[in-house]
Write a protein that binds this ligand. Structure first.
Ligand code: IMP
Ligand code: MG
Length: 185
């Protein structure tokens, strides 16, 4: 039997359960498989937060596609956006005339997605859309059309399923709010 992840003890509350995530990921993957049938699909995951989402997503996509990764400067140990997004790793292969689906863990202020869209557009893809696991309900965010959204969440700092706090908690199978974080707010 699978034993319970000890990191659960650090959570004040769970916002999205593992079962809810898995079900939603399957739904999105099904939709992507329909929408991109006969297209030259490439999924580009944003490091590191999207890796778990990306790997579950591609295992449920039933059409031919390729995968690449892009890196951006992260929050560091802060829990507020730096508003200064740096691309630290470009895609490896060409995306010229390909149908690009950018896979991101969370659409918070939109700074990261916006910066990546700016860079990828320079490579002249056939199309460029965004798939974000979470959409945070933040007032002052850059407005970006998100083609596939997993879950809308309140404006709180969350961890799990790829999302970290100081690089920890990515291995939680749910999305939750940390005890210490939530008591500080
Ligand atoms: P944005 O540029 O403000 O939209 O946020 C971009 C990045 O900040 C995301 O890709 C995440 O890696 C990180 N981030 C934003 N909100 C959270 C959160 O609640 N928990 C963990 N990481 C977050
Ligand atoms: Mg990220």
């Amino acid at each position: 039997m699978k034993s319970k992840n000890t990191l659960y003890n650090d959570l004040e509350r769970i916002l999205v359960t593992s079962e809810e995530i898995q079900e939603r990921v399957r739904q999105i993957a099904r939709q992507i498989s329909v929408d991109y049938n006969n297209k030259d699909l490439i999924l580009i995951g944003v490091l590191k937060g999207s890796i778990i989402f990306l790997s579950d997503l591609i295992r449920n996509i039933t059409i031919k596609h390729t995968v690449d990764l892009i890196g951006t400067s992260s929050y560091g140990s802060e829990m507020v956006s730096s508003y200064n997004v740096k691309i630290t790793k470009d895609v490896n292969g060409s995306i010229f005339k390909k149908d690009v689906l950018l896979v991101e863990d969370i659409y918070d202020t939109g700074q990261t997605i916006n910066a990546i869209i700016g860079l990828l557009t320079l490579h002249n893809p056939a199309s460029l859309e965004v798939c974000a696991l979470l959409d945070k309900n933040k007032k002052d965010k850059i407005s970006i059309p998100i083609k596939y959204t997993g879950f809308k969440i309140p404006d709180v700092f969350v961890v799990g399923y790829g999302l970290d706090y100081n690089e920890y908690y990515r291995n939680l199978d749910c999305i939750g709010v940390l005890k210490s974080v939530s008591s500080e707010q």
